[in-house]
Structure formats: C-alpha cells, structure tokens
Ligand binder design. Structure first.
Ligand SMILES: NC(=O)c1ccc[n+]([C@@H]2O[C@H](COP(=O)([O-])OP(=O)(O)OC[C@H]3O[C@@H](n4cnc5c(N)ncnc54)[C@H](OP(=O)(O)O)[C@@H]3O)[C@@H](O)[C@H]2O)c1
Length: 339
C-alpha cells in the first residue's frame, strides 16, 4: 500500500509518500481500500506540530475518508467485502458518554489516519455510506459532518423555528447549514466575501453577513433577530469571535464551542454569561452512533456535503496548502487511487 506519512517530524518537509506492507485484518477488523479523504482544520494543526505530545511521527494524517471493504476478519459477521464505509473519527467511542481515554482513539493523530490506499479498522468503528453520496462527499462525514450534527443536537436537539448563527464557510459550517435547513431552523451565517455570501444564499441561508464589510457583525445579528439574539451559536472561529458571539446569543441561549481558527485564549465579560443564563457547551466530534444518526438524516433528506475541490493523491500537500488559504467553500478532498 501507499500512504502519505509524517516520517520523522511535522511540516511539509516531513510529509512523504511511502510504501508500506498491506495491512492484514485481525479477527474483528476490516481492511478498507480508501477512495477519498477530506481535510479538516485540525489536520493543519497536526501538520504544524501543534497537536500536543500524544501526536507523534511517524503518522499517516487525516481522519476523514471513505472506501470499500476488501477483506474481513473471521469474527466479522455483518460487513461484506464490497461494502462502502467510512471509519469513525474515534475508534473508542460507540455512543453515550465519551470514554476517559477518548483522545487516544482519534484517527489522524495519535492513531494513523486515512491518507493511504489501504486502512485497517475494527468493524465496529466503521459506518456504511448511503448510495447517493460520491466518495469525496462521503469522505467529509467522520469529523466535519458528525461535528455539525452534534452542534445541532447538544445539549438538546435544536427545535424547528429556532435561530442558529453559524460562523464561516468551512466543512463543518456548511454541513450545519444544510442540516439546520431541513430541521426547520432559521439560519444566520457570517462569511468573508461577496462571492461566498452569494453561494451561502444559494445553499439556503436565511441571513448572510459579510464580516469583512460589517466588522460589528454581532450588532447586525442582533438587529436581524429583532434585538433578541439567536438561540444557538456555532462558534467555529475561536478566541477572536467568542466575545462577539456572546453578544449575539439570546438570554437562555447556547454557544457551542467548536473551533479555534483565530486562537485559543479568549477574554470574556463574565456578567454577560452569568446574568443571562447562557450555556457554553463544547463539542468533540461525536460517537459512532452520532455518525449513524447523521447518515440516516443525510439519506432521508438527500443532503450532499459541499466539496470545494478534489485533488489527486499525489498532490495531497497541495490540499493542505489550499485549506490554509481559507479561500475554499466547504471541504477540500483528495482522491485515492487503487493500488
Ligand atoms: N470541536 C470539534 O469537535 C471540532 C470538529 C471539527 C472542527 N472543529 C474546529 O472547527 C473549526 C472549523 O473547522 P473546519 O475544518 O470547518 O475549518 P475550515 O474548513 O478551515 O474553515 C474555517 C472557516 O472559518 C472562517 N473564519 C476564519 N477566520 C474567521 C474569523 N475571524 N471570523 C469568523 N470566521 C472566520 C472562514 O470562513 P469565511 O471565509 O466564510 O468567513 C474559514 O473558511 C476549526 O477550528 C476546527 O478545529 C472542531
């Protein structure tokens, strides 16, 4: 098999295409011939060597991918060769409360990821993919898709008629927008350009705010909600935007802490939380059961994730560079050839 691998460190200079022995399935494993992978902001953090001491080279990057089962272990009963599947982001979280060693089960660091022609995974840590999705679309689901699902489900499912604020147009944000629409939610989305704003409207966003033209976008969000604020904020941008998100959320509303694109350390005006019964709830992707629930919803509503572009396997480093520019709209994917 072939794989991209951080061989002896992180950074582009350490990312190499390598040959490895084909993986063999253990009794409860499946071998997957990967067909596509998808990048997340987190993969950039890994590339930069900023993901903490547990994530070490040699490491095959990327958590999100899709492929076809080519071999099964002797104890695997219900997954036939030829089934199209995606490995779950966490190998050790089936459902319910997360296990204490959750971080040890992540694909793409500390566990080897999916930017490889073949991957071995426990059969109970993969999810079947519906037919209406292309390989690249399906590849976006394990982290980006499940995170969007969790962000609309926790601490309780968003209810029809509620208003949700979504920051940006990355993979998580656009999947959340699509799910919010079929859930009957009113959507407010911020972005950085006219062109992206146009595409957001075409995807069905109710209110789009260009944050580059409207620096005080928090005020614009409040005005758009008659002064009340939104029921739920999907806080994907982090330190720089969290204080503004706090200004946008209604009394009794919820901010889902998801991303840190703009930094890790925020200063918050605590009375704005304490006196208004605001809930701050973090999202950590989700379990395999969450992944299965997402897939059922996508199947039911015929939702297809937004793929900005798909690059050839040999150009995987270029996919990281493209993600870094933040010029994309939706997911940056890599096509994986057979070997
Ligand atoms: N907690 C979890 O379980 C979890 C799971 C997945 C992802 N995440 C996090 O969620 C975040 C988004 O992930 P992703 O993979 O979707 O990222 P992405 O594809 O890189 O998209 C990031 C987007 O954020 C927007 N953005 C950048 N700077 C901003 C700013 N100052 N204000 C508002 N928006 C800004 C940009 O959209 P516009 O140009 O349209 O504004 C950009 O395209 C990342 O921090 C990631 O680590 C967390």
């Amino acid at each position: 098999m072939r794989a991209w691998c951080f061989t002896d460190g992180f950074g582009f200079e350490s990312l190499h295409l390598v040959d490895r022995p084909d993986p063999e399935p253990g009794p409860r494993d499946v071998v997957i011939a990967m067909r596509a992978a998808s990048l997340n902001f987190r993969d950039l953090v890994v590339l930069r060597g900023q993901h903490g001491r547990a994530v070490r080279p040699p490491l095959i990057p990327l958590s999100d991918g899709c492929g076809v089962v080519t071999a099964t272990g002797a104890e695997v009963g219900d997954l036939a060769v030829g089934t199209r599947v995606a490995p779950a982001f966490f190998r050790n979280w089936q459902g319910g409360a997360p296990p204490q060693d959750l971080e040890a089960g992540r694909l793409g660091g500390p566990l080897d990821g999916v930017l490889a022609t073949r991957v071995v995974a426990p059969a109970d840590a993969v999810v079947r993919i519906p037919d209406h999705l292309s390989d690249a679309e399906a590849a976006t689901l394990p982290c980006a898709g499940v995170t969007a699902w969790s962000a609309l489900s926790e601490p309780r499912p968003a209810r029809a008629g509620e208003t949700v604020l979504i920051l940006g147009t990355g993979g998580v944000a656009l999947m959340a927008l699509q799910l919010a629409r079929v859930s009957g939610l009113r959507t407010v989305v911020t972005t950085s350009s006219d062109a992206k704003a146009e595409r957001l409207r075409a995807l069905g966003a109710d209110i789009v705010i260009d944050r580059s033209a409207t620096p005080d976008w928090a005020r614009a969000v409040r005005e758009a909600t008659g002064g009340a604020g939104v029921d739920r904020v999907l806080e994907l941008a982090g330190a720089e935007t969290l204080p503004s998100s706090l200004k946008c959320v209604r009394t009794g509303g919820t901010i889902l802490l998801i991303g840190n694109v703009t930094g890790n350390e925020a200063t918050l005006f605590l009375p704005a939380i304490l006196t208004r019964r605001v809930t701050l709830q973090s999202v950590t992707v989700g379990s395999r059961q969450d992944f299965e629930a997402l897939v059922r919803a996508l199947d039911l509503h015929g939702i297809r994730p937004v793929v900005d572009r798909t690059l050839p396997f040999e150009d995987a480093p270029e996919a990281f560079r493209t993600l870094e520019t933040q010029a994309g709209f939706g997911n940056i994917c890599v096509e994986i050839p057979g070997d």
